[in-house]
Design a protein around this ligand. Structure first.
Ligand SMILES: NC(=O)C1=CN([C@@H]2O[C@H](COP(=O)(O)OP(=O)(O)OC[C@H]3O[C@@H](n4cnc5c(N)ncnc54)[C@H](OP(=O)(O)O)[C@@H]3O)[C@@H](O)[C@H]2O)C=CC1
Ligand SMILES: O=C(CO)[C@H](O)[C@H](O)COP(=O)(O)O
Length: 465
């Protein structure tokens, strides 16, 4: 090898899969890893792709194996590990080289790192990568944030390895510095909401209808080919059907109900709030994961607190399906509102339609809905508000009744549906031309002389309380 086209540092789940994907598409790849004992076995185990891989045990050898201008892709935890690696590799690189962070990163850090590297004449790219191990190996969706020069240098490789939707590579240059990581963060926020909706519907079928996991899996299987067609619905069907080898029980029945989270859902909320947005479906999903860890409190409260008074018996499958679709649409609408607000705030000119397009394949939230979302954004959309697009309004008209029924049913039966409930609350708030915030304004003026706007006059006014 005279000079590898790209170097992949970090041979964990994602890095190893991306390195093989790049090699399979004809690119020579230098690979390295913190714990160096993994490098040789990785290269040796690459079969026919072995000749395209160069293992390097030191950073100096890793950099020396790269063709100029160099491209280095880090697939390691962001935060302090990435900062330490950048500090270590920077003296070995030259102006014009490109450093890519393909991990999930706080976009504020990405902006800071971009500034530092650009001061040294290098390019820094925040690359959102979605699709898990399978996607990384055979076609992820990728969200690129960085300079035009770095995109020119890297895009042939990314387009080659990306998932394809009808031949269209699911990768795009979304903007400078933190734009790619921001979009990936919001992608994950929507992912949190979608998974929470799935979990709530599973809970209703399990606790309300008393169905065993495989029967619920069969419901998700049926949904996977209709308007809810998506990776996460297919995944839910498979997870619910799986049996535990040790006990023979359904796998989900032996998994503790305490959900982990690495931070992207929370970042979505923090950034949304900073932008004056509130994505209450994502908030509900992040909150529900946090509450799920309070096992001891929940076990005690289960014996102390009164529950619902109405029967939790099953609702028709079609009603549950409608509720899912309506809530999924609303979670996407909220996610895209955050993107729209960020685009204005950071002057990114995000192409919302293109974002929906590159999410149609490869990523975790890929679904049939995203094609409709992309079309909606390609049309004339007032205020970038997805719920106002004709095609989306039609879908909501056909599904919101189901959401209403499910939320009312769950409330009566005492079944928790924080994300479905949040979706309905937001929908009803957004379609109310005159809400009740006039009283909030009255109260604020009453106790704090904060003033209010009148319906019949301009300017700031106070009440004669
Ligand atoms: N798993 C997924 O589905 C997805 C993950 N991501 C992101 O990709 C990145 C990698 O994740 P993933 O491959 O799953 O993680 P893994 O845990 O499988 O691998 C982590 C890699 O990072 C290396 N590493 C850990 N700490 C350090 C450090 N302090 N300095 C240098 N290298 C270090 C590890 O090296 P060593 O072998 O020496 O421990 C290993 O190569 C993360 O940012 C993650 O958020 C993005 C999309 C999807
Ligand atoms: O980015 C991803 C998928 O798109 C990762 O799988 C991410 O780690 C999932 O987030 P969390 O661990 O917080 O559930």
């Amino acid at each position: 090898m005279t000079g590898a086209r790209i170097g992949v540092y970090g041979l964990g789940t994602m890095g190893s899969a991306l390195a093989l994907n790049l090699a399979e598409h004809g690119f020579d790849v230098a690979v390295s890893n913190r714990e160096t004992e993994w490098i040789a076995p990785f290269v040796a185990g690459a079969g026919a792709l072995r000749d395209r891989l160069t293992g390097a045990e030191t950073l100096a050898d890793f950099v020396a194996a790269l063709a100029s201008p160099r491209t280095v892709l880090f697939m390691i935890p962001s935060g302090p590990p990435l900062d330490a690696m950048i500090d270590a590799i920077l003296p070995l690189l030259s102006p014009g080289d490109t450093v890519i962070d393909g991990g999930n990163a706080d976009f504020n850090d990405t902006r800071r790192r971009s500034e530092t590297l650009e001061r040294a004449g290098l390019h820094f790219v925040g690359l959102g990568v979605s699709g898990g191990a399978e996607g990384a190996r055979h076609g992820p969706s990728m969200m690129f944030g960085g300079s035009g020069q770095s995109w020119a240098q890297v895009h042939p490789m990314l387009e080659a390895i990306a998932a394809k939707f009808d031949g269209d590579p699911c990768v795009a240059h979304l903007g400078p510095d933190g734009a790619g990581h921001f979009v990936k963060t919001v992608h994950n926020g929507i992912e949190y909401a979608d998974m929470q909706i799935i979990a709530e519907l599973y809970g209703l079928m399990r606790d309300g209808a008393g169905w065993p996991a495989p029967a619920i899996g069969a419901v998700f299987d049926r949904w996977a080919t209709g308007p809810l067609d998506s990776f996460l619905v297919e995944a839910a069907a498979q997870v619910l059907r799986a049996a535990d080898a040790r006990t023979g029980l359904p796998m989900v029945d032996v998994i503790r109900d305490a959900a982990g989270q690495k931070g992207t859902g929370r970042w979505t909320l923090i950034e949304a709030l900073k932008l004056g947005q509130s994505a209450n479906t994502i908030e509900a999903a992040v909150g529900a994961r946090a509450w799920s860890s309070e096992t001891a409190t929940r076990e005690e409260a289960a014996t102390l607190l009164a529950g619902g008074t109405q029967s939790a018996a099953a609702l028709p499958e079609d009603t549950l399906q409608q509720a899912f679709l309506a809530a999924r649409i609303i979670a996407h609408a909220q996610g895209f509102r955050i993107l729209s607000a960020a685009s204005v705030e950071y002057d990114w000119s995000l192409d919302l339609a293109r974002i929906a397009e590159i999410w149609r394949a490869g990523c975790i939230i890929r679904s049939a809905l995203l094609d409709t979302v992309a079309e909606a954004f390609r049309g004339d959309l007032p205020h970038d508000h997805l719920i106002l697009a004709p095609a989306i309004r039609d879908r909501l008209a056909g599904s919101i009744g189901g959401l209403r029924q499910v939320v009312a049913h769950a409330a009566g039966a005492g079944c928790p549906v924080p994300c479905l409930g949040a979706a309905l609350a937001w929908y009803d708030t957004m379609r109310q031309a005159r809400g009740s915030a006039n009283l909030i304004q009255g109260l604020r003026d009453y106790f704090g002389a904060h003033g209010f706007a009148r319906t019949d006059d301009a300017g700031d006014h106070h009440g004669d309380w």
